[in-house]
Design a protein around this ligand. Structure first.
Ligand code: HCA
Ligand code: CU
Length: 385
């Protein structure tokens, strides 16, 4: 943390997020999502290029007119005409990008290194004629030889871009590689550094974390990790990661807003919140196995590293199933305000395990069993099951 920069979260739900198949945000969706992100305290909201579709320009203007605390960026190709349109839409920042890897040079935009540098010069001149703040990012940076990547990024800095971006477009990088590349670029340029990481190899959050620790101040995220293919670094997962080890970097954000953002985006994108989402997953603060419940009831820190209260969530215990234990049952008995002996609780546990071996009994089923034992309490031989 000592060497980590001041974190700036760049949310690209409205740009990268809509690149996820099946996602199409209406103007109202875009506004609602931007407002929710702003309540959280996001630093930059990234919008698509104004030429993405006929509605894009008007929607960028609509977001810019909301006068949010967050700054509004437009993602554009490395072309003066798109940069000018971004300025006309009222964006604060332009996020210019261009493929740098040999494969994208050959099969993507088709320009060699010299022409990439020329395009950067032309884009920088266009930016300088506007009031836009600017960033230049190398698409597919991690499959670009480091010498060529350095040359392009240095050139972008010298041309006047205020921030340089390094994108793991295909999600192939690992944290070690990210640490090395970002660390190298950190020594090379004086500008701020941004990292954008896809999740194809399952490392999007770990890579974003490594990038931050290695000196990238700006980290790209989307709600739920929505994006091309299986997406990029998920906002709430990344915040959970930082809360664990670099808590000061996320202290200024309104963390309880994260669940609302994830639920809103899931609803509008017609997807569900993944069960594995660190903060918003349905069961992330629910404990189930008997030994876990026993320990959590005694001290939640035994099996919880994230404090549910910090994110506006509540802990819950799943007690009515065949993996349950005496402590879990006795917890439920106390919750119901029922007085039973140790022996009765032991027997209830056996009954619950047996019955739920056949079929799920649910909390109602468990409560019925507990009440049955409770009513037989007065009887001399209360073991008539
Ligand atoms: C894409 C572009 C991008 C851009 C990232 C950036 C990527 O391929 O759709 O602007 O830094 O992943 O390279 O999302
Ligand atoms: Cu991307």
């Amino acid at each position: 943390m000592a060497n980590s920069p001041h974190l700036q979260l760049v949310d690209s739900t409205l740009r990268e997020g809509e690149q996820h198949p099946g996602v199409r945000f209406t103007t109202m969706d875009r506004i609602d999502i931007a407002l929710a992100l702003d309540r959280f305290g996001i630093d930059i909201i990234e919008m698509p290029t104004p030429v993405a579709s006929p509605q894009a320009g008007a929607d960028i203007q609509a977001i810019a007119n909301l006068s949010l605390t967050a700054r509004v960026a437009c993602h554009t190709r490395c072309r003066p005409d798109e940069i000018n349109q971004a300025a006309d839409c009222g964006a604060d920042i332009v996020h210019v990008y261009m493929g740098s890897s040999p494969t994208l040079r050959e099969h993507g935009h088709g320009r060699d290194l010299c022409r990439i540098l020329k395009a950067i010069d032309e884009a920088a001149i266009a930016v300088s004629r506007t009031k836009l703040a600017s960033r230049f990012s190398c698409e597919d940076a991690f499959r670009t030889p480091i010498g060529e990547l350095s040359r392009i990024l240095l050139h972008a800095e010298e041309a006047g871009f205020q921030r340089v971006g390094i994108a793991d477009t295909v999600g192939a990088a690992c944290p070690k590689q990210v640490t090395e590349v970002i660390g190298f670029v950190r020594q090379l340029v004086a500008t701020e550094i941004e990292f954008h990481g896809h999740n194809d190899g399952g490392c999007a959050v770990a890579n974003a974390h490594a990038a931050f620790l290695a000196g990238a101040s700006h980290i790209d995220v989307t709600a739920l990790g929505l994006g091309e293919r299986n997406g990029i670094t998920a906002l709430s997962d990344f915040v959970a990661r930082l809360w664990l080890t670099e808590r000061a970097s996320v202290a200024r954000y309104c963390l309880p807003e994260l669940i609302g953002i994830d639920e809103l985006v899931a609803e509008r994108a017609l997807v569900s919140v993944p069960f594995s989402a660190c903060i918003s997953g349905a069961n992330v603060f629910t404990h189930k196995a008997g030994p876990h419940i026993k320990a959590v009831v005694s001290n939640p820190e035994t099996y919880e590293v994230l404090d549910p209260a910090a994110f506006g969530r509540k802990r819950s215990l799943d007690v009515a199933h065949r993996l349950t234990g005496r402590h879990a049952i006795s917890f439920r008995v106390r919750e119901l305000g029922v007085q039973l002996s140790e022996e009765q609780i032991k027997r209830i546990t056996e009954v619950v395990k047996l019955e739920s071996e056949r079929k799920p009994i649910g909390l109602e089923g468990l409560d019925r069993i507990i009440y049955r034992f409770n009513t037989e309490k007065g009887h001399s031989h209360g073991n008539t099951f």
